[in-house]
Design a protein. Structure first.
Length: 472
């Protein structure tokens, strides 16, 4: 009869190994660090800052402008001329420009039309484009486009942040998979060590053949080899994870050995990535940042197209200025003293204008095609990932049942060995199948996590609690 201690050791070989003291970092905590401190996330914010700067620049086209033109010529003690022309201009939205100026000229050789009163001549008037540039002009178009570019930049920024969070999430899942594999190999190594010690004691007591100790030793070394491979894999995945962990002042941090992932991530990932309800009904795609970005781009091109249409009109600028020597008296400005003019220009063939318009139309069509293609592609991808998630959930459930069944078979084989109706070879065989099924379950769980992350990435949800810590 085998020694009692061997029976006890075999019977408890399926027990779990006590966990070392460690700290858990959840996926939600990890993504919060990435969102707040990662340099690429900060780089994504630069896109928004650049668009705000461009918007400020385009508004500068409507800033009031002060111009001073002063010329003086003196030769052989003669003052040929001394001319001063100061102008204050106020551009407006519809191409109309208000202007006030002061002109003072003197000298021996002035052009007669430059003669003005000794105190100077004041004028106040307006310049109006009556055809090209009235309803839309380059100044107005650039400002409208800049506002759209700012909205487009917000959508693009969301896509950039979403992509970096997606990549960081996949890295966390890889780390989690490596950790689970290491824990599994650690548990099975403990079982193999218990069996080896039991077989060794039985051999020393003359109750087991020497070949059994060799078989137990081979199994033990295989478990040690697998554990060492899993340990290196875990170290590499932890270092890869550290690439996404930063603190203030762009200080990188490294995952310590006592920091472990959350093994219950599968139960919490839906709430963490805010995709629990969306898996059932992902709703309308009109708010998808990719589609919003393309729509803003299309609107900007339509503004450009309107401008190109407007450029087909003749350029007719009317100017009218009231003249006065005493601007402090408003009644001194009258229709009897004025300076007016008209400027007309019109290319005969309009080849440049027609070419610009055609190019803009082609750009509009290109974005329209891209918009339709992107919308259909997003719908199909979302539906495909949705079905894959549902399938993987079912597969994960079945795999968990298979693992439990293999555990039951292993325990049954251990009882049969206790009764002398089995062998160490059969136990090792049962355990090998359990190990394979356990690893397959870990891989399948990782596939489900990665697919859920892909669902989060393709949706790029604007109301995600992690992505949008502050509303734009």
């Amino acid at each position: 009869m085998k020694s009692l201690i061997f029976y006890i050791l075999v019977f408890i070989s399926g027990s779990l190994v006590a966990q070392e003291s460690s700290s858990v970092i959840t996926l939600s905590e990890y993504l919060s660090y990435v969102k707040k401190y990662h340099p690429i996330v900060k780089q994504a914010n630069l896109v928004l800052n650049e668009s705000e700067a461009k918007l400020l620049k385009s508004r500068g086209a409507f800033d009031p402008k002060l111009e001073v033109d002063y010329n003086r010529k003196t030769f052989k003690s003669k003052e040929y001329f001394d001319k001063l022309n100061a102008t204050f201009k106020i551009p407006t939205w519809y191409g109309i420009e208000f202007k006030a100026s002061f002109e003072e000229n003197e000298g021996l050789f002035l052009n007669p039309e430059a003669n003005v009163p000794n105190e100077g001549l004041y004028s106040a008037g307006v310049s109006i484009p009556v055809a090209r540039g009235l309803l839309i002009n380059s100044r107005m178009a650039v400002l409208k486009q800049s506002k759209l570019f700012l909205k487009q930049a917000k959508a693009d920024r969301q896509l950039l942040i979403n992509n970096i969070l997606y990549e960081a999430t996949l890295t966390y899942f890889k780390w989690l998979q490596s950790y689970n594999e290491k824990q599994a190999y650690k548990e099975f190594l403990t079982n193999a060590d218990i069996r080896f010690n039991g077989i060794k004691k039985s051999f020393e007591a003359g109750e087991a053949p020497a070949i059994d100790t060799l078989e137990a030793k081979i199994a033990l070394n295989n478990r040690k080899l697998n554990l060492e491979k899993a340990r290196i894999k875990l170290i590499k995945s932890a270092l890869e994870l550290s690439n996404y962990l930063w603190l203030n002042e762009d200080t990188p941090i490294e995952i310590k050995d006592n920091i472990i992932p959350d093994t219950n991530t599968l139960e919490t990932i839906g709430n963490t990535l805010n995709v629990s309800d969306v898996i059932i009904d992902y709703g309308d795609l009109n708010n998808h940042p990719k589609l919003k970005s393309l729509n803003y781009k299309l609107k900007g091109l339509n503004i450009e197209k309107r401008l190109k249409y407007n450029n087909l009109l003749p350029k007719i600028d009317l100017q009218y200025n009231f003249l006065s020597q005493t601007p402090e008296l408003l009644r001194s400005f009258s229709t009897s003293a004025y300076k007016s003019g008209v400027n007309i220009s019109f290319p005969l063939f309009l080849r440049k204008e027609r070419g610009d318009l055609k190019l803009t139309k082609l750009k509009v069509q290109d974005v329209q095609f891209e918009l339709k293609t992107t919308e259909i592609t997003l719908k199909n991808k979302i539906e495909a990932i949705k079905q894959e998630i549902l399938s993987l959930q079912q597969q994960n459930k079945l795999t968990s049942e298979i693992v439990e069944d293999y555990k039951t078979m292993l325990r049954a084989e251990e009882r049969k060995l206790f009764l002398g109706e089995s062998s160490l070879f059969l136990i090792n065989s049962r355990e090998s199948k359990l190990i394979d099924s356990k690893l397959k379950a870990i891989t399948l769980e990782n596939n489900l996590l990665n697919t859920t992350a892909s669902f989060f990435n393709i949706l790029a949800l604007s109301d995600d609690p992690i992505v949008n810590e502050k509303k734009d």
